[in-house]
Write a protein that binds this ligand. Structure first.
Ligand code: URA
Length: 210
């Protein structure tokens, strides 16, 4: 993936995203759509995974068949909303290793505060995909990537559902080497750090909290 920002324009992604944005969409439907959309995004973000071949036997003959090369990739969920993307992605990539970064946003400063960190070993040898549905200010995303780089990660991609221009700019400034893949580049952030037009609080909508 060469571009710093890739917006996945696939009609299924865009249609599902519109349903998710609607305020009347129930928690159950929101969660189901998130699962579906996360698989479509996982498909895109893994498009250029390195391949090798393995000699296998079909019922007809021997062949050198393509298989994924290298270490199992690492999916890193930024808690708690990242878990909504994680579930669907793991259905598509069941052998992926999984890590969690717990950061909450201080509502006054909008700065990230770390409360949990656990990631797979050998991060330097894995493709690392960080998942968080909302790239808003970019502060917690940039902080999460800082931590992952300290753990040795070198090949990192960031996958989100919605991105605000402010968050994309913040990530580009802090981590120009980390490509971002999203279903939409939205218009702006409001004063409380919510994405506009957005879909509200992603965690609340997927977990049914307020
Ligand atoms: N986090 C959310 O859940 N929603 C936003 O709009 C911004 C950050």
């Amino acid at each position: 993936m060469q571009e710093h920002l890739t917006v996945v324009k696939h009609p299924l992604v865009q249609h599902k995203l519109t349903l998710m944005r609607e305020k009347g969409t129930s928690t159950a439907v929101f969660r189901q759509l998130l699962r579906e959309i996360s698989q479509l995004l996982a498909y895109e973000v893994t498009y250029e995974l390195p391949m090798t071949t393995r000699t296998i036997e079909t019922p007809m003959q021997e062949m050198d068949a393509p298989v994924l090369a290298g270490r199992k990739l690492a999916l890193i969920s930024i808690l708690r909303a990242g878990n909504g993307l994680l579930d669907g992605m793991l259905e598509l990539i069941p052998s992926a290793r999984v890590g969690f970064v717990g950061l909450y946003r201080d509502e006054e400063t909008l700065q990230p505060v770390q409360y949990y960190y656990k990631v797979p070993d050998q991060m330097d040898n894995r493709l690392v995909i960080v998942v968080d549905p909302m790239l808003a200010t970019g502060n917690s995303s940039a902080a999460a990537v800082d931590l992952l780089k300290k753990s040795g990660a070198r090949d990192i991609r960031f996958l989100c559902l919605l991105a605000a221009p402010e968050g994309v700019a913040r990530m580009k400034e802090a981590h120009p080497d980390v490509p971002i893949l999203t279903a939409s580049l939205d218009d702006s952030l409001n004063d409380a750090g919510y994405i506009l037009p957005g879909l509200g609080d992603a965690g609340d909508r997927m977990f049914g909290t307020k």
